[in-house]
Design a protein around this ligand. Structure first.
Ligand SMILES: Nc1nc2c(c(=O)[nH]1)N[C@H]1C(S)=C(S)[C@@H](COP(=O)(O)O)O[C@H]1N2
Ligand SMILES: [Mo]
Length: 251
């Protein structure tokens, strides 16, 4: 049998090649470590080293520019909704909260805050949504919510100029949990001010009397127990952004 593909390589050459490969491998690992160290030595911007924050901000620019109202989050039939709904996160859910005294505060302009009762909110047209609720911790669950579309609410309370300022901020009544949301996402047709889960009033730890349900965002933005809503042309403070996550939180 002739075997012209076979080459005889000296064991010396094999040794040299192996050595060179190892050298390159070592240099590669060493530069990875050096870059990693450099990144973490840079000053932080809201809990994230500046170079990584720059990447997050660039991602936000790209994803918010392709975001559109026509992109609806996938919905499910009621039978797909979980009966035992997961709960997660209790920042701003202090025990001394008195729901009987609660009214939603909407800051229309400086010195112009409207107080709105749950009854008034429930009197607005109701929208239900069943979708896959996603938490950045890595779990998701199909859940069923009811409330008023934020866009319907904004129209009823003459907030059309405000909603186009760029951002909406929301706080819990004790101000310990807070989120900022871009105008496009708050006006998305599936975003609701939510007062029902599985056809019943929201359970206390799920945000009674009112929470945000915003399917185009990760769970962090679905603020439970809304105290105040305000509007701004700059990013309002955001609890998890200040702890290193990206601001946009889009899906
Ligand atoms: N007030 C308040 N709202 C919050 C949180 C929180 O800690 N406090 N956590 C958020 C996070 S990280 C998630 S995943 C969802 C969880 O909602 P659930 O408890 O109804 O499952 O609530 C969001 N809203
Ligand atoms: Mo979450």
């Amino acid at each position: 049998m002739d075997n012209d593909n076979t080459q005889i390589i000296s064991s010396q050459r094999v040794r040299n090649k192996t050595l060179i490969s190892f050298l390159f491998f070592f240099l590669f690992i060493a530069s990875c470590i050096a870059i990693w160290k450099w990144i973490y030595k840079q000053p932080a911007d809201n809990g994230t080293p500046k170079p990584l924050r720059t990447v997050l901000n660039a991602n936000e620019k790209i994803f918010s520019s392709v975001f559109s109202d026509n992109h609806l989050t996938k919905t499910y039939p009621p039978s797909a909704a979980a009966v035992k709904v997961r709960k997660n996160g209790d920042e701003g859910m202090s025990a001394d909260f008195d729901a009987t005294k609660w009214k939603l505060q909407v800051v229309r302009n400086a010195g112009d805050t409207v107080l709105i009762s749950l009854e008034e909110i429930k009197a607005l047209p109701k929208t239900e949504i069943i979708f896959d609720f996603k938490c950045i911790e890595g779990w998701s669950q199909v859940t069923h919510w009811g409330g008023v579309k934020f866009s319907d609410f904004a129209a009823r309370y003459n907030l059309n100029n405000q909603t186009h300022l760029g951002y909406v901020g929301m706080n819990t009544p004790d101000k310990k949990y807070y989120v900022g949301i871009d105008s496009k996402s708050i006006l998305h047709p599936q975003t609701i001010l939510c007062y029902e889960m599985n056809g019943k009033p929201l359970p206390a730890n799920q945000g009674y009397p009112l929470r945000l349900i915003i399917p185009v965002k990760y769970g962090v933005k679905h603020l439970k127990r809304i105290g105040t809503i305000f509007f701004s042309n700059e990013r309002p403070p955001d609890y998890w952004y200040e702890r290193g996550y990206d601001y946009y939180g889009g899906l």
